[in-house]
Design a protein around this ligand. Sequence first.
Ligand code: SF4
Ligand code: SF4
Length: 317
Amino acid sequence: MSDSESKKRDEEERVETFDPKDQERYYMPREVRNILKPVYLSHKDEMQFRCYPGISCFNACCNNIEIILTPYDLIRLRRRLNKTVEEFLYEYANPGTLQKGQIPVAVMRMDEETGRCPFNTDEGCTVYEDRPVSCRYYPIGMAMMRKQDQGQEESFYFLIKEDFCKGHKESKRWRVEGWRDDQGAAAYDELNRGWMEMVLKRRSAGDMAKTSLQLTEMIYMASTNPDAFRRFVFESTFLQRYELDPKVEEALKHDDVALTRFAFEWLKAVIFGDRIDMKIRDGVLEESRGNLAKKAALLKKKEAARKRREQEEKEEF
Ligand code: SF4
Ligand code: SF4
């Protein structure tokens, strides 16, 4: 068997196809279908694929899909459409969650009647240069995992081969890393790194890291709304509690990407105790210890009062 035949056979063995008759699985989001039985690819693995206007299946992949909007997707899309975050989310997104409701996310809203992506036209994608990262990756899916014996996250990829997509029959071959670069997906991953790490850590922590409603709202704010997170930093008591490097502080005022990165560094520090390059101002720790001591004393007092009441009730009987 020649090298190219053996590569082709290896690829076919790695590839998973979905039978449309398997209704339950066919209508699951792409990522979920693959997670059920992931077929791993590394940066160096190859796939055979080409997509171009005029291909018989043109636009078939832009219907009935679940597109999780990453923080950088939202920054790019709303800039492109010259909309505020609120306007964009209201017109084009629904709230959703990842990991059994633990991570709130924005999900692109497909047309209710046609199932079509709002940016899809017969001529193709109207936001192509700013399309979301999952559209860039397709037909590859990307996921991250943390190996138990290593502190670091590792990315892996899987090929999504759906019957309607004819691009797999084209002869052009790509390495995964070449496809990522060609589509601009690698640059998106870099800018979304903090968010991806937080999602992964939240999954690894399981029930050990229950987040409060307030923190869940913070995660959604950091993931979708840099303007609101900026107001939180500059208009709350945040800067009275934390001392930022003046250059960082200046960048946070104007730069949505810097602000989003900072937001996830801060959230990882608050939720998982990660290190963050930021100083807590003098007196803040003492003040919060004092507040904690006051709360503890109050709880003790309430508990003593409850026990006294119980005792009195027993004595009455
Ligand atoms: S954003 Fe563009 S590429 Fe992505 S699903 Fe919509 S139309 Fe297709
Ligand atoms: S080849 Fe695949 S990715 Fe390209 S338009 Fe057709 S279905 Fe979509």
